[in-house]
Design a protein around this ligand. Structure first.
Ligand code: AP5
Length: 221
């Protein structure tokens, strides 16, 4: 049986839990996770030309220019693994121009997951976030502390996770979100993401499984 790969977009304000849900979705569905934030942070830490251009924008909490991010995502989506296994696009599109660029490439998601969290919660989530540079796992000092002292000792904070920068990022998100959401309103599902990550995942899991199931019924496979 040849299964049509899933194409998923995940969106939401800074710290709404996109990266956290993506870890769980990838484990279960084997999709290729394409996070523009992660890709850009890799470029910055390797000191590439893209990284050097992106660094200042990211550190101040602003968006990286569209042309840089669009080229990066288009390149990643066209690779064989994404075509074969399906993809999970995280943090893109973030502007109307980015959504238009995908439309031109005829890239459309099966589902657009919008993680909804009240604003006052988001700041605390960002300020308490810690990342494991070895595994890439996302933690929180209070809600999701590391499982060992060894991991704890190596956790790092993102330079754009200070209260001031989070507020700037939130502002930018609010300016762009309506245009993005309206571009995908036909496949958009809003999820209450102000619940423990396992509960949020239960809902995303059901939604994605349903798409797979409907396809099997349609094709009789
Ligand atoms: P990016 O890395 O995409 O940042 P973001 O959208 O601001 O989202 P975050 O990574 O901050 O949060 P998240 O939703 O993934 O939350 P997480 O799961 O980590 O982008 C960074 C920068 O790159 C941008 O500012 C921009 O400069 C640039 N960039 C990226 N894409 C771009 C684009 N398309 N165009 C232009 N520029 C672009 O969770 C957050 C915290 O909350 C963690 O501590 C976690 O443990 C905790 N948490 C998660 N879920 C829960 C839960 N259910 N309950 C309690 N705590 C939870």
């Amino acid at each position: 049986c040849v299964k049509e790969p899933l194409k998923v977009m995940i969106s939401g304000a800074p710290a709404s839990g996109k990266g956290t849900q993506c870890e769980l979705i990838v484990q279960k569905f084997g999709l290729v996770h394409i996070s523009t934030g992660d890709l850009l942070r890799e470029e910055v830490s390797s000191g590439t030309e893209i990284g050097n251009k992106a660094k200042e924008f990211m550190n101040s909490g602003s968006l990286v220019p569209d042309e840089i991010v669009i080229a990066m995502v288009a390149g990643r989506l066209s690779r064989e693994d994404a075509k074969k296994n399906g993809w999970l696009l995280d943090g893109f599109p973030r502007t109307f121009a980015q959504a238009q660029s995908l439309d031109k490439l005829n890239v459309k998601p099966d589902i657009f997951l919008l993680l909804d969290v009240p604003e006052e919660i988001l700041i605390e989530r960002c300020v308490g976030r810690r990342l494991d540079p070895v595994t890439g796992k996302i933690y929180h000092v209070k809600s999701y502390p590391p499982e060992s002292d060894e991991v704890k000792a190596r956790l790092v904070m993102r330079p754009d996770d200070t209260e001031e920068k989070v507020k700037a990022r939130l502002q930018i998100y609010k300016q762009n979100s309506e245009a993005i959401i309206s571009a995908y309103s036909d496949v958009m599902i809003k999820i209450d993401a102000n619940r423990p990550k396992e509960m949020v995942f239960e809902e995303t899991h059901t939604l994605l499984s349903q798409i797979n199931l409907n396809r099997m019924i349609k094709t009789g496979k």
